[in-house]
Design a protein around this ligand. Sequence first.
Ligand SMILES: NC(=O)c1ccc[n+]([C@@H]2O[C@H](COP(=O)([O-])OP(=O)(O)OC[C@H]3O[C@@H](n4cnc5c(N)ncnc54)[C@H](O)[C@@H]3O)[C@@H](O)[C@H]2O)c1
Ligand SMILES: [Zn+2]
Length: 369
Amino acid sequence: MQKIEVKIPSCPKNSYTIAVGDEFLPAVLGQIKKLLPGKELFLITDANIAKTKHLKKLTGLCNLYRYVITPAGEKSKNINTVTKIVEQMEKKALGRDCAVIALGGGTVGDIAGFVAAIYKRGVPVVQIPTTTVAQADSAIGGKTGVDSSISKNAFGVFKNPTAVYIDVSTLKTLDDKQFNAGLVESIKHALIADKDYFDYLQKNLSGILARKSQPLEYIAVKNCRIKASVVENDPYEKNKRRILNYGHTIGHTVESASNYKLLHGQAVAIGIIAANIIEQKLGLGGEERLASLKKLFGRLDISLKVPKSITKRQILDIISRDKKAVQKWPRFVLLEKTGKVLCKNGQFALQVERKIVEETIDILLNRNL
Ligand SMILES: NC(=O)c1ccc[n+]([C@@H]2O[C@H](COP(=O)([O-])OP(=O)(O)OC[C@H]3O[C@@H](n4cnc5c(N)ncnc54)[C@H](O)[C@@H]3O)[C@@H](O)[C@H]2O)c1
Ligand SMILES: [Zn+2]
């Protein structure tokens, strides 16, 4: 098992350890009890995970208090679910000396982290991520929240976990579409921070897709190190943390325009291609990288075709309402080269001329990528 320290210098008591390994779930509860002595533990998972062996492996003979989110998935990521969980915790008479354990993907992790942040003004949370998205992204970094009926993560708070346990064997039961789409965040990490990692992903994709433990552990460690090094520097997303949004400006827009029919990773793949087209239009090069990316996404069976129902007007309308827009126009994270984000005057999210973005959207909407 490998251990990665996430050190938050602005608040050392919020620093935490991420453990990465294979087939170690049965030992995790014991480790949590040592880490949080005397705490009553409350487990949050979802209906799909509850059917897998992972839950049994984690809890063993221990009859933990638990809440099973039903139905599983984004539909339940709302304030009603939070209310139900909080009331369930109250019914069990859990006080401030309890701790929450999240076993699941980003949906469970975001809900459980949010509940832990607000229950009786805050109790610890331990994340045990079980999807490629959660192991590479959502379980690390401390962002939690739930959706309103209007937008995603409208209720949200930063809440760092007390510990994160990544057991890559949990990925074996994840369906192929979810598994592959989640790998897009790993590709994003490689693009923004580590060219060797990008080469590794290309060379070792078959082993990853076969869910072999060695490459899965390797990428989990890489993802955690990259994300940790970014959030350590800028835990509250004032500037550098924005580099994690690479490919997400157009990605979020397409995801929202598809009415969330596209998985996040599928939309971000389109967004990454869009960022690469913009980079070329700005003379930053990267022709070879674009070709490699198209091949890589092809091997992941991720289509780069924007759904036919989406129009240019819709994209422009959504993009102007981007959370990070300035004067109704978003900022873009761009690559100087593979493994390095372009930084101008200390800024990582840059303004791009409207004409260039519109031309890029036209290319995407031609749907012949
Ligand atoms: N907090 C953050 O920084 C952050 C970052 C990225 C994404 N997110 C959030 O994460 C959510 C998406 O997370 P996700 O992609 O992990 O989806 P998810 O948690 O909804 O899981 C996808 C599906 O897979 C099932 N599942 C999960 N693990 C499984 C396993 N091991 N075996 C079998 N089935 C399993 C789930 O029940 C669900 O049906 C979104 O709400 C997104 O906003 C948050
Ligand atoms: Zn993402």
